[in-house]
Structures are given as structure tokens and as C-alpha cells.
Ligand binder design. Structure first.
Ligand SMILES: Nc1nc2c(ncn2[C@@H]2O[C@H](COP(=O)(O)OP(=O)(O)OP(=O)(O)O)[C@@H](O)[C@H]2O)c(=O)[nH]1
Ligand SMILES: [Mg+2]
Length: 245
């Protein structure tokens, strides 16, 4: 018997969320799972996957910009408020789909999902086990100073949403994996001075701990590389053998 698992794909703008919703969903379907793909981004123009639920039935950023004379960010915030007002109806509709996995696509301005009530409220309402898949564009981790930024962002996300988080490096067909933090830690501390030097040392130990406990999972939505690894990592969150069946 499969467990119902909600996968919330969250990450910075353009990091490959929507494409991953499509490719991971396709990969799971090809292995016989029943998958439901859900668009929670009211700003998206066109969706690259067959959506079983589309929040744009309720509100779109483009329409709000016109109707309420708002800029794109203001309209997105307003859209999040409108969605929140309809949360009961929306969560009931999402739950009515009988899937093994529900994969949620979220807005590129991730603070809308993360720091407004919309995201955490939705997650707490939807039944099933939930996982955050934090998508990281490899071009954002090209220097040693980038590693702590993404690791800490993922940690903040986990604390804010209260669900386990997997760190996924997308577009692995375009870039090689970032260097391990352990190899860079000394250099990171060495370049900071004064108070920031002391803080850098504490930060380095937190990031080092995070790296030991949570690896970066490289995936490519274009080639399908890493999908199996991601699937296993989801399984390992709930069962040490990694088997979801
Ligand atoms: N080569 C390559 N390109 C990718 C991959 N995943 C996504 N892309 C490209 O990256 C761009 C952004 O992808 P999206 O899936 O729209 O990213 P997103 O995070 O949903 O973007 P927003 O919703 O605007 O924040 C698109 O041009 C994709 O085709 C990948 O694995 N490999
Ligand atoms: Mg998108």
C-alpha cells in the first residue's frame, strides 16, 4: 500500500521548479504511481505539465495587475491573500484527487509561499506526509560563499514550514556539482575579519553539520538523471530502507 505523500517544490525564481514538477511527475507515473500535479503559482503564464489543480482558476497576477492597478509583486501578494480566503475550498479540491504523490508547484517569489500565511496554512491543511523539495539552480552555488547561503535558506524553509526538506541541485546537465563545504570551510573563515570572522566560525560549524546530515541531490529535468536518487531520498525520510511501497 502506498502512502500519500505531498511534495512541495519550492525555490528561487527560475530554479527549475515547474520543469521538475513535470519531469518528476512523469518519472513517477512511468513507474506506475498515481501522481497529481498542482499549480499554486498564480503568476505563471503557461504550465509545462498537465495540472490536476490550477490556482489560476481563482486568481491570476495578470488580471489583478489590470483590475487593481498593481505592480507584479503587489499583485502576487494580493493573489496570495485571495487564495488564502479560499483555502478551505482549495484544499478540499486538492484532497479529492486520489494520488500516491501530489506534487505542488509554487511561485518563484518564494517568500510569498514561505513568509505569508498562504504556504504554511495550506501545508497544515492537506492530509498526508509532506516534504519540501528545495530547488537550487547550480549557477547560484558557483563560489564558496554561496554554499552556506543555500544551506541556511533550506534550513529556514524547514523551520518555517515544519516539514522535512530535501536540497536538490537542478539543471545538473548544465553544471557540475558544487564543491563540498568541508573543502572550503577554512577559506571561508579566513577571509572574514572582526565580528563577522567570529560569526563565520559559528556559521561554518552549522553549515558543516548540515552538510553531514543533508546532501545536495543533483537532478536534471532534461535528461532524467538523478530522479531515482531523489525518489529514494524521499523514501528515506519515512523509512530507513528508502522503499515507499
Ligand atoms: N538544461 C536544463 N534546463 C532546465 C532544467 N530545469 C529547468 N530548466 C530551464 O530553466 C528555466 C526555468 O525553469 P522553470 O521550470 O520555469 O523554473 P521555475 O523555478 O519554475 O521558474 P519560476 O516559476 O519563474 O520561478 C527554463 O528555461 C527551463 O527550461 C534542467 O534540468 N536542465
Ligand atoms: Mg515555475
Amino acid at each position: 500500500m502506498f502512502r500519500l505523500i505531498n511534495l512541495y517544490v519550492i525555490g528561487p525564481a527560475g530554479s527549475g521548479k515547474s520543469t521538475l514538477v513535470n519531469s518528476l511527475g512523469g518519472w513517477m507515473k512511468s513507474r506506475g504511481y498515481c501522481v497529481s500535479r498542482i499549480n499554486l503559482d498564480p503568476g505563471i503564464e503557461s504550465i509545462c505539465y498537465p495540472a490536476d489543480f490550477d490556482v489560476r482558476e481563482y486568481v491570476t497576477v495578470t488580471a489583478l495587475m489590470r483590475k487593481e492597478q498593481l505592480g507584479p509583486n503587489g499583485a502576487l501578494i494580493r493573489a496570495a491573500e485571495i487564495v488564502e480566503e479560499k483555502l478551505e475550498e482549495i484544499s478540499e479540491r486538492i484532497e479529492s484527487s486520489g494520488a500516491d504523490f501530489r506534487i505542488f508547484d509554487t511561485p518563484g517569489q518564494m517568500e510569498i509561499f514561505l513568509f505569508r500565511r498562504f504556504g504554511p496554512s495550506l501545508i497544515s491543511r492537506i492530509a498526508g506526509r509532506s516534504v519540501c523539495i528545495f530547488t537550487i539552480d547550480p549557477s547560484l552555488v558557483s563560489t564558496m560563499l554561496d554554499v552556506p547561503v543555500v544551506k541556511l535558506l533550506a534550513l529556514i524553509m524547514e523551520l518555517r514550514l515544519g516539514i522535512p526538506t530535501l536540497e536538490v541541485i537542478t539543471k545538473s546537465d548544465l553544471h557540475s556539482a558544487p564543491p563540498p563545504w568541508s573543502a572550503l570551510e577554512g577559506a571561508y573563515i579566513a577571509q572574514a575579519e572582526g565580528l563577522s570572522g567570529e560569526l563565520a566560525s559559528s556559521l561554518a560549524s552549522i553549515v558543516g553539520e548540515l552538510e553531514k546530515k543533508r546532501r545536495l541531490i543533483p537532478v536534471s529535468s532534461k535528461t532524467g538523471d538523478g530522479m531515482e536518487d531523489l525518489y529514494k531520498a524521499i523514501g528515506e525520510l519515512f523509512c530507513s530502507c528508502g522503499d515507499l511501497t
